[in-house]
Design a protein around this ligand. Structure first.
Ligand code: PLP
Length: 411
């Protein structure tokens, strides 16, 4: 299924040249937390700092104009990457979390009143929960939740009742714990029919699948650069232009204004109205290079590779470890992303992660910023292996071998 050679891809990522203390290769299975960076991204950022750095949208000298051009070119790449109608719909922030806070604060405060209902799901990351919980405390809005079923899919049995009268639906397109791909379009259609605005958390989705915000039916779509082969410090919010236009700014300061008087201000036009202060210029340029890199591989090929690897992992982990391993989330690889949260015997996830680390296998252990979901699953934490373009079957086998070592040590 893979249209690209993982061995070739790995050569583009300098971190895999890093010598491990015992000479083993680095087995990086934590891309859902943060992905590694290809040379092209590092080079783009370094080149910018070495040759072009100046503040953007301010100077009229040539390197300042060049920096502005590079940054706005990157915005155009991001717009094309998610199927935006124009670059005016692409707002940069410091991460996905800030993008969701922007929507909650700018759209939410302008449009929600005490008693208004917001519908979320039980599988949301804290980034798409806490901003709304804050509005619940501050404005008195009502929060409702679509439950998750035992199969890891959202349980839509009560959707009609839950969605009735809501002003906003917030849903992750892909769970960072279960890997579940949610029925965003179906939910968005139901939300729009109820008169609600749709906020999609695309932090786990955009790096791994073809993203078309129009086809998803989103009004806002937030994602984060560092999970998408880009640098840390950059998040992207796509919003429908009419909505962004009608919203008040989020943060105030330089760049986001057209005029300031002592008795008031006039905000800048889109998208700069939402970009107060000096933006993450090098990070934006790096993220543009990351998008180029992914487009070079082809997002369809990226997805196909991950479905194949997830299927291999689910098949071989179960064949080898039987009932000792429990993988959470949908059992069908085509209905999920390459994120495998698992329990192994009764070994604590932190112990699993530490033992795996001794043989160079990096997996995440913890609540994955989804504490309500952990409670629903009846666990305090899980171990989580997640895949990206540089992982292959040998990485999955290394994980499986390392689990045997865990077994020897703890059971
Ligand atoms: C589903 C989901 N949403 C939002 C975020 C927040 O991303 P960031 O930490 O980059 O703000 C994450 C990061 O783990 C995530 O997995």
């Amino acid at each position: 299924m893979t249209d690209f050679e993982v061995a070739t891809v790995r050569k583009d990522f300098p971190i895999f040249d890093r010598p491990q203390s015992d000479g083993r290769p680095l087995v990086y299975l934590d891309s859902a937390s943060s992905s590694q960076k290809p040379r092209a991204v590092l080079d783009a950022m370094e080149h910018y700092y070495e040759t072009t750095h100046a503040n953007v949208h301010r100077g009229v000298y040539s390197i300042a104009e060049e920096a502005t051009r590079l940054m706005e070119e990157a915005r155009g790449k991001l717009a094309a990457f998610v199927g935006a109608r124009s670059s005016r719909e692409i707002v940069f922030a410091k991460n996905g979390t800030e993008c969701l806070n922007l929507v909650a604060n700018a759209w939410g405060r302008a449009n929600l009143r005490a008693g208004d209902a917001v519908l979320l799901t039980e599988i949301e990351h804290h980034a798409n929960l806490v901003p709304w919980l804050m509005l619940k405390d501050q404005l008195g809005i009502e929060l409702r939740y679509i439950p998750v079923g035992p199969d890891g899919h959202l349980d839509l049995t009560d959707l009609d009742r839950l969605i009735d009268g809501v002003r906003l639906l917030g849903v992750t397109a892909m769970s960072n714990v279960l890997g579940t791909l949610t029925p965003v379009r179906r939910l968005a259609d139901a939300a729009h029919a109820a008169g609600a605005v749709v906020v999609v958390d695309g932090a786990q989705y955009a790096p791994h699948l073809v993203t078309d915000v129009g086809a998803l039916g989103a009004d806002f779509f937030a994602f984060t650069g560092h999970k998408l082969l880009g640098p840390t410090g950059i998040g992207v919010l796509w919003g429908r232009e009419e909505l962004l236009d009608a919203m008040p700014p989020f943060l105030g300061g330089g760049e986001m204004i057209r005029d300031v008087r002592l008795d008031g201000f006039t905000p800048n036009e889109l998208p700069w109205k939402f970009e107060a202060g000096t933006p993450p210029i090098a990070e934006t340029i790096g993220l543009g290079a990351a998008v180029d890199y992914l487009q070079g591989l082809g997002m369809e090929a990226v997805r196909a590779h991950e479905v194949g690897l997830t299927a291999y992992a689910m098949r071989t982990l179960t064949a080898r470890h039987g009932t000792d391993i429990k993988v959470f989330g949908p059992s069908e690889p085509a209905e999920r992303g390459g994120v495998l949260s698992f329990a192994f015997k009764d070994v604590h996830p932190h112990d699993i992660s530490q033992v795996l680390d001794q043989v160079g296998v990096c997996v995440r252990a913890g609540h994955h910023c989804a504490k309500p979901l952990m409670r629903r699953l009846g666990v305090a934490a899980t171990a989580r292996a997640s895949f990206y373009v540089y992982n292959d079957e040998a990485d999955v086998d290394a994980l499986s071998d390392a689990l045997d070592a865990t077994s020897d040590l703890f059971c």
